[in-house]
Design a protein around this ligand. Sequence first.
Ligand code: HMG
Ligand code: MG
Length: 297
Amino acid sequence: MSTQVSIVEVAPRDGLQARKEHIETAHRIELVERLRRSGVARMEVGAFVSPQRVPRMADTAEVMNAVGASERAGDMVLVANERGLEQALEEGARAIAVFTAASDAFAEKNIGSTVAASLERFALIVTRARYAGVFVRGYVSTITDCPYAGPVDPIAVAPVAKALRDMGCQEIALGETLGKATPARIAAVVEAVAREVPISAIAAHFHDTYGMGIANVWEAVRLGIRTVDAAAGGLGGCPFAPGAAGNVATEDVVYLLNGQGMETGIALDPLLDAVSFCATTMGIAPTSRVYKALRSV
Ligand code: HMG
Ligand code: MG
């Protein structure tokens, strides 16, 4: 099996979407550019969602323009609805992500509809995006736990993943939104989903609230997943998932995979420079162990 793992850097989107403080657009732009310099090839640069509900993503068009996202197949934006798709296409997005969940309770809080209704809505959006030649990822959030309804049965995740795949999503990202699960629960979900979606089309998107993120990433890789989401500095969180911490940190994932003889194409030192930029210029404290080990004084 391949030793190459593709990391999708999500700090400029997931990492910043739930911040309480104002974020300068120039800082979001510089973060994207610094992350790129470390070798990141795929990155979520923003989201076309309701600015009333997620104000930190309101400058996504400006960020996309400044970083030349329309020229880069690896730059992705989240799209919540038809209007979001229009905006993404207008800005020349080459990759989008639609997002639903395995739990109705979370979907209703996050995107204002049940899972079934969201799938109906996204079918048209995905068809249109694919017709325009845009790469489409489909997220399934709350794969093991829902902040409102508790534990989620792995069997509930697979049909949502299959529905996204059937409507044309080229990649299915499994979102462990709360960062609570341990590897055995991740394995149960991955095995259930892999019966419906080829493992090469599955991505792991794990939050790290209980410190299980790195163990869960390794479990996913061990099971054959080769696309892993991570956020520099361990930034992240969803405004509609109370109690959830950031994503598993990119530098922790790169350190893990390097040590296990795998390749990511990302150089640790410039990546840590990007995390330092978050810490010093943006005032966002990193949570990662590797950053603390290598850069804290
Ligand atoms: P809604 O409030 O149910 O209804 O939004 P609406 O469609 O009537 O919209 C409300 C207002 O937002 C209206 O403004 C719309 O015009 C505006 P008003 O008329 O009141 O002045 N609006 C927009 N404006 C600009 N661009 C748009 C847009 N859409 C609406 N695209 C909606 C429904 C789905 C839009 C809303 O609920 C929404 O934006 N949800 C997104 C929430 C979100 O971004 N969550 C975080 C990302 S998901 C995540 O983090 C999980 C993930 O990381 C995986 C994991 O960890 O599990 C991906
Ligand atoms: Mg997330």
